[in-house]
Design a protein around this ligand. Structure first.
Ligand SMILES: Cc1cc2nc3c(=O)[nH]c(=O)nc-3n(C[C@H](O)[C@H](O)[C@H](O)COP(=O)(O)OP(=O)(O)OC[C@H]3O[C@@H](n4cnc5c(N)ncnc54)[C@H](O)[C@@H]3O)c2cc1C
Length: 468
């Protein structure tokens, strides 16, 4: 096994989305386009590496097309700002590698019409990111129908390719042994191919590329998106550099206390890398390698393994659920036993009925839930333990179907890391997915119960409540 991760024939990361063959130079293929949808980083990016290798093989340059549309569900200043802040790192990193780069910011829906088709007309091949959920999964299907050049999706979502697990896994415990067996093969640094033919400094694009150093506030104001969901970039600046700085800070300061602190709301003991992982500003591989390396120090192994369990196994089973279960974003995606028991308790008396608006404004009868919701509104994240309570408690205030819908909407709308397999899977977990039946209780039936009262008796929420 070589030290770095290289592409092989029939590589499980590579999925051909149409039957077209790559166009040679003589057939009009001017460059290989990497259409960057999810893995927004200029290095350690398998789709980009594949695009560069194909460009080298075809004797053409590689160029990167990155965009963020204004018309996807929940597009807001918060999400746009995070992505736009990452452009400088993309530009600098790609130009240093000899890869052409342009960012397209359509201001409204009609601006973006036809761009991909025009890019395809001059491309030898388009390489893009494989991703199993939200708008990207649909973009991939639609793109395969409209482009007339070869279209390939490369999976760099988790450390292990999704294709290694061809069926829906029942639970973390069923995927864990498979992950552990394959881990050594996949947990290696990516081979970074060198560009043979650098892209021209000035390229022609079928849109106006965003100039360097454009004013962020003016850009946000010019887009038809939700301006009420405001940026959180003071605490979470977007971009690959910020992602790597957060990783090293976590490894240096927090990893050694991870097992206990990750569940201590007042200690904020997790990495908060999920926004960066979601937007691809850092690879799961880079995070896992850094933590694994730190785990070689005395006394940190157990902490590192506990972190890797989350990153490799829990995240792995989440991507597996999203890839194989078309209902993963919906209540219909929870297991039959959970649907049955929740239906049996659907008419149990609720302590109070709470509206969606009251939830969104963090004005429910539960102070702890409100604190978690305020954290989501202000920081764009919720810490690990309060997030589980935040997902479970709404079943007390409405039907379980409605509770599932509300939690999904709030998570997707406000969380920097929302709209992600981890989010949909963990919301489903709150309703019994990847879990087992527990002793039967009112309202929750056999679905695991979590209440603010029992959480507060076990854990210290004083600082958490005071800070929110
Ligand atoms: C109701 C609810 C909604 C959630 N929504 C999201 C979401 O939208 N996006 C999201 O990324 N996570 C979500 N999670 C899962 C989990 O809470 C977060 O992944 C984790 O808290 C992110 O914080 P961190 O990066 O500091 O995690 P760390 O503890 O530092 O873990 C590092 C990484 O491991 C992975 N990870 C950790 N815990 C889990 C888990 N339980 N399941 C899957 N992967 C995990 C994540 O990629 C995370 O970034 C949700 C959980 C619940 C209960």
């Amino acid at each position: 096994m070589s030290e770095t991760l290289r592409f092989v024939d029939e590589d499980p990361r590579v999925r051909r989305l149409n039957a077209a063959k790559a166009r040679s130079k003589s057939e009009g293929g001017e460059h290989v386009v990497y259409w960057c949808q999810m893995q927004r980083r200029p290095k350690d990016n398998a789709a980009l590496a594949y695009a560069i290798e194909e460009a080298n093989r075809l004797g053409v340059p590689c160029v990167v097309y990155e965009a963020i549309r204004p018309d996807y569900p929940y597009a807001s200043d918060r999400l746009h700002a995070f992505v736009l802040e990452g452009i400088a790192d993309m530009r600098a990193g790609l130009e240093a590698r000899g890869v052409g780069y342009a960012f397209f910011l359509p201001r409204n829906k009609s601006d973006s019409r036809g761009v991909l088709k025009k890019l395809a007309a001059r491309a030898a091949l388009i390489v893009t990111d494989d991703y199993p959920t939200f708008v990207v999964a649909t973009h991939l299907e639609k793109a395969a129908e409209i482009v007339d050049c070869a279209l390939v999706a490369v999976d760099d979502c988790a450390v292990l390719p999704m294709a290694l697990f061809p069926h829906e896994e029942y639970a973390a415990r069923t995927i864990r042994p498979k992950v552990l067996r394959a881990q050594a093969e996949w947990l290696r640094p990516l081979h970074e191919p060198k560009v043979k033919l650098a892209a021209k400094a000035r390229l022609e694009w079928p849109f106006d590329p965003l100039p360097a150093n454009a004013d962020l506030a003016a850009l946000l104001a010019s887009c038809t998106i939700d301006h009420d969901v405001t940026p959180v970039t003071d605490e979470f600046p977007g971009g690959a550099k910020a992602a790597h700085a957060r990783l090293s800070g976590f490894v240096r300061r927090k990893l050694s206390g991870y097992i206990v602190d990750r569940n201590e709301p007042s200690r904020d003991g997790t990495s908060h890398l999920s926004p960066y992982l979601h937007w691809g500003m850092i690879s799961a591989r880079a995070v896992a390698l850094a933590v694994d390396e730190a785990g070689r120090d005395d006394g940190v192994r157990e902490q590192a393994d506990s972190f890797l369990e989350q990153l490799l196994v829990r995240r792995g089973v989440a991507f597996n659920f999203a890839r194989h279960n078309p209902q993963h974003t919906a209540y219909a995606g929870i297991p039959d036993w959970a649907k049955k028991t929740l239906a049996e308790h659907a008419h149990d008396e609720r302590p109070e009925l709470v509206t969606f608006d009251a939830m969104e404004r963090a004005e429910t009868p539960d102070p702890l839930w409100n604190a978690a919701q305020r954290e989501l509104l202000r920081r764009g994240i919720i810490q690990n333990y309060p997030r589980m309570l935040w997902g479970k408690i709404p079943m007390l205030w409405s039907s379980p179907e409605e509770a599932h819908r509300r939690v999904t909407v709030l998570n997707d709308k406000y969380a920097l890391d929302g709209r992600d397999p981890d989010g949909y899977t963990n919301i489903a977990w709150c309703f019994g997915k990847h879990d087992r039946p527990w002793p039967e209780r009112a309202i929750y039936g056999k679905v695991r119960t979590m209440t603010s009262r029992s959480a507060m008796s076990k854990l210290d929420f004083d600082d958490y409540l005071a800070q929110r």
